[in-house]
Design a protein around this ligand. Sequence first.
Ligand SMILES: Nc1ncnc2c1ncn2[C@@H]1O[C@H](COP(=O)(O)OP(=O)(O)O)[C@@H](O)[C@H]1O
Ligand SMILES: [Mg+2]
Length: 281
Amino acid sequence: MASDIERGREAGDIPGIAVAMNAVAIAFDDLTVLQDVDFQVEPGEFVCLLGPSGCGKSTLLAAIAGFVELAGGEVSCNGERVKGINPHAGVVFQSSEALFEWLTAEQNVAYGPRMHGRGKAESRRIATEFLSKVGLAPAAKRFPRELSGGMKQRVQIARVLANEPRLVLMDEPFGALDAQTRHVLQEELVRLWQRTGCSIVFVTHDIDESVILADRIVVMTAGPAARIKSVYTVDAPRPRSRHDVAELYDRIQEDIRVEVARSLLNQGLDIDAGVTGAAAS
Ligand SMILES: Nc1ncnc2c1ncn2[C@@H]1O[C@H](COP(=O)(O)OP(=O)(O)O)[C@@H](O)[C@H]1O
Ligand SMILES: [Mg+2]
C-alpha cells in the first residue's frame, strides 16, 4: 500500500491532504445518523467508505466537504479544523446532472479555473488538458445532453481535477453506469490518482469496487448511530485483477452481510441472515 502512496506523491503535482475525523457525530432532528466516527486518511491515500444503504456514507462525506454541521466531534485537514465549506476538497457526485447543461464539456471544466481567477485562454488550456486526461478531448465542444452517462462522469471528474484539489470526495460516482463502463472508469481513476498524488475518499456500496480501488476500506455499521465497524488494508499491487482480491472480497462480504441484514431489519423487513444473534453480541 505504502509504495502506491509514495509513487503518487513522487509523481504528484497535487500533494494529498490528511483528513482526521475525531468522535464525529451527525444528527438530523431526532435522528442520530453517525456517532463516534474516528478515522484518519493519510496524505495521498485512497480510502473507500463501504456500508449498507442509508447508513450515513454520503452524510460522512458531506461532513468532510463541510456541507453539514456536526453534532459532536471534529473533522480536520492537515491539522486544521474544517469550518464551513472545506476549501481543499473537490466533490464528485453520483448524478451527472451535476454538470451545467447549458455549457459544453470544455466550458464545464474551464468553469472552476475561471472562478479561481484564471484568464479565459488559460482556463481553456487547463480544460483541454484535463479532458485529455479522461480521454475526452474529442468531445470538448459537446453539450452534456450529447454525452453518454460514462462520458458525463468523465467530464465531472475532469471538472473537479481541473481545480487541483488536494482532496477528492466521490459519492458513488459510477453507481449509475453499466458494469463495463464502470470498470474502465475505475482503471482510469486509479491512474489519475497515481499521477496527481491527491487523497481520495470514495463512497460506494459495491464491495467489488472498493477492493479494486482502495488502499484501505472502511466498513460502516448499519444506522442509526452508525460507526466504523472495521478497516481493511488492500495489499494487492495495482493494476489489480479481481482474482487478486477475491479472498478479501469474501471476507468483507461476510463482515458486511450482518450489517445489511440489520439495516433491512431496522427498516421493518424481516429477513433471516443470522442478524438476531449478531445484534445480541
Ligand atoms: N438532509 C437530511 N435531512 C434529514 N435526514 C437525512 C438528510 N440526509 C440524510 N438523511 C438521513 O440520514 C441517513 C443516512 O443517509 P445517507 O448518508 O444518505 O446514507 P448512505 O449514503 O449511506 O446511503 C438516512 O436515514 C437518511 O434518510
Ligand atoms: Mg449515499
